[in-house]
Design a protein around this ligand. Structure first.
Ligand code: C5P
Length: 394
């Protein structure tokens, strides 16, 4: 699901936040084109935005005797976001004073428009600004609430540009299809730790990043999400995701089996330990002069248990991290664990798997169809996985 967005940038000290915002938008699967007012270029150059957005930046309606097609730009977009919107830009937007490319594009856009104001406390409170905001809302535009805190003037109060993460969340809430509304989803993520003694454990390199991205994507699409997360320094920030922290495979199993009873979907992205020490020493194991060996026993297989017990209304998705015979092994796992989909990532692919912010996956369904995807940020991989899930559910 690629979404095309125009980011209009006007001249405020908060422009620096918009650079990071472009990054966030791209990571979330948006195609971004930036249009700047002349004043905005005094704070951050067009080159910065062009480089980060990977698209040319629109600056002038007339450029060296050529007329720029703001109508085409306005029609290209699925949404327009103006961030930061200064008091001056708000005034021009509300009256249609089209003296720069940003306002001309806004007047040509037929898509939803989101406005994130930024200005000083007293400018924000002024009746002129208030009436501009009221007018813009009456035209159907969305006003993203300003933040409160320290302002460029040194004053403290309302008027800060909303934080980029909050702007992104606001956009996603308004624009994204709520195709998982009413569904409860459980997601296992991260490693497990199997204790040998009070100071040592068996574990792996998983960070839980892929599972956290999946949890966020499901929540954005309206699901009620429970994330069952192994020990990791990462956390899920989406307010609609309930995180249950566990440490062993047995704990993860117990929580997952219980939570799945009231869920429609389980996504097993955790790197669960297959074996644990048969005995855990209550005291630290002392070293001796001779070698030692540890007896291991199998941990319960969460995915297999859920797969065996699921109803026709429940779906399970598994992951396969393979080092060789990848596709064959993944297809075998899909059958054995009764998954509806399996996501295959290979450690042979550069930038895929543990610790990376990117992943390169293939998704295999029950009929054996394989969809291969290029290397992408994990947020976008999560979009692809959930799109595939929606298509089999329909
Ligand atoms: O068999 P393998 O461990 O490679 O299978 C990987 C898939 O099974 C993943 O989705 C993983 O989360 C899940 N799994 C599980 N419980 C285990 C082992 C793996 O849910 N004990």
């Amino acid at each position: 699901m690629s979404k095309k967005i125009i980011l209009g940038v006007s001249g405020s000290i908060a422009v620096y936040k918009s650079v990071y915002l472009v990054r966030l938008l791209i990571k979330s699967g948006y195609d971004v084109k930036v249009v700047m007012t002349p004043a905005a270029t005094k704070f951050v150059s067009a080159l910065t935005f062009a480089t980060i957005s990977k698209n040319p930046v629109s600056l002038n309606i007339i450029d060296k005797d050529t007329w720029s097609n703001h109508v085409e730009l306005g029609l290209w977009a699925d949404a327009m976001l103006i961030a930061p919107a200064t008091a001056s830009t708000l005034s021009k937007l509300s009256t249609g004073l089209s003296d720069n490319m940003l306002i001309a594009t806004y007047l040509s856009a037929k898509c939803p428009v989101f406005i994130a104001p930024a200005m000083d406390l007293d400018m924000w409170k002024h009746p002129s600004t208030r009436s501009n905001i009221t007018a813009l809302q009456s035209y159907g535009n969305y006003i993203i609430p300003v933040g409160t805190g320290e302002l460029a003037s040194g004053l403290i109060g309302d008027g800060r540009l909303a934080e980029p993460d909050d702007i992104l969340r606001y956009l996603n809430e308004a624009l994204i299809n709520k195709d998982l509304k009413g569904k409860k989803v459980i997601i296992t993520a991260g490693p497990t730790q199997e204790a040998l003694d009070p100071v040592r454990f068996l574990s792996n390199h998983s960070t839980g990043k892929m599972g956290i991205c999946l949890a966020e994507e499901c929540a954005i699409r309206g699901a009620k999400v429970t994330l069952i997360l192994g020990p990791t320094h990462l956390q899920c920030n989406h307010p609609e995701v309930k995180t249950i922290k566990i440490s062993t495979a047995q704990d993860m199993y117990d929580v997952a089996v219980e939570e799945f009873k009231s869920s429609s979907i389980a996504i097993m992205a955790a790197a669960v330990a297959d074996y644990r020490p048969k005995n855990t020493s209550a005291q630290k194991i002392k070293k001796k002069n001779n070698d030692m060996s540890i007896e291991l026993e199998r941990t319960p297989d969460i995915a297999k248990t859920l797969g065996e017990n699921k109803t026709h209304e429940q779906y399970t998705i598994g992951f396969a991290l393979e080092t060789h015979n990848a596709l064959e092994n993944a297809k075998g796992k899909l059958k054995r664990k009764n998954f509806d989909l399996i996501v295959l990532n290979s450690l042979e692919d550069k930038g895929a798997g543990f610790k990376h912010n990117t992943n390169k996956v293939s998704i295999v369904n029950k009929s054996g169809d394989v969809e291969e995807y290029p290397l992408k940020p994990k947020q976008q991989v999560a979009i692809d996985i959930i799109d595939q899930l929606i298509s089999i559910m329909n």
